[in-house]
Design a binder for this molecule. Structure first.
Ligand SMILES: O=C(CO)COP(=O)(O)O
Length: 244
């Protein structure tokens, strides 16, 4: 049975007080979900306090980035062992905002995936095409290249993939079900037995229909994950669609 996973990407939101408040609320409100794995990915600076909150709950902790060296003179970077030491189990790697705003290359992302796994930190690898790549009919080539490059020689058992079409992120309009289904089926053939999440404007209103797609094994949720109520409704819709 494929795992069901809902991951929350908080991006660069909240201050310490509000992060603690929302996390505590999530711990209380989301503890009844047993069939869906829940992963919350806050800013680096909130990882440690949130690890204490989620301790002994069903919510796991993820970071939003990691560096590909063990340690050393890399001002401003965060190593996998640092993340492990504060109770982090997962890490988002290759998010489109990292690729496009911070110019991370496929090679950077490959190195990050490998280094994370060396420390038993589980990567949530993000892939996805831009609008112009889709218009030029290159979506499948782009996503395949991103996957093959990032996962070259990697033990797939510990990896989660998130398909996030860049043009659907933060727009309020998710990719339609046919588009998501087509890409998820393609990915499921490319990397068998790896959970594949969809991300890009997931909200309570579209979660059910997206979750109806067999090869959608969960969601990576941005803005709708900042509010416990909407994240809970997404999980409810997801579980309803999956019949779990
Ligand atoms: O980038 C995303 C999750 O990683 C998606 O963000 P939104 O859900 O805000 O579109």
């Amino acid at each position: 049975m494929m795992r069901n996973i809902i991951a929350a990407n908080w991006k660069m939101h909240f201050d310490l007080d509000s992060a603690i408040q929302v996390a505590s609320q999530m711990k209380d409100d989301l503890s009844s979900f047993g069939k869906t794995e829940i992963i919350v990915c806050p800013s680096f600076v909130f990882l440690h306090p949130l690890a204490n909150i989620f301790n002994e709950s069903n919510i796991k902790l993820g970071a939003q980035n990691v560096y590909f060296e063990d340690k050393g003179a890399f001002t401003g970077e965060v190593s996998p062992s640092m993340l492990k030491s504060v109770g982090c189990e997962y890490v988002i790697i290759g998010h489109s905002e990292r690729r496009h705003i911070f110019l991370e290359s496929d090679i950077d992302i490959q190195k990050k995936v490998k280094k994370a796994l060396e420390y038993n930190l589980k990567p949530i690898l993000c892939v996805g095409e831009t609008l112009s790549q889709r218009k030029e009919d290159k979506a499948f080539d782009v996503v395949e290249r991103q996957i093959i490059s990032a996962l070259d020689g990697v033990d797939l058992n510990k990896v989660i993939i998130a398909y996030e079409p860049v043009w659907a992120i933060g727009t309020g309009v998710a990719a339609d079900e046919a588009t998501v289904g087509e890409m998820h089926n393609f990915l499921a053939n490319l990397v068998e037995d790896v959970p594949i999440l969809y991300g890009g404007s997931v909200k309570p209103e579209n979660a059910f229909n997206l979750a109806k797609i067999d090869t959608v094994n969960g969601f990576l949720v941005g803005s709708a994950s900042l509010d416990t109520g909407s994240l809970k409704r997404i999980i409810v819709e997801f579980e309803k669609a999956k019949g779990v």
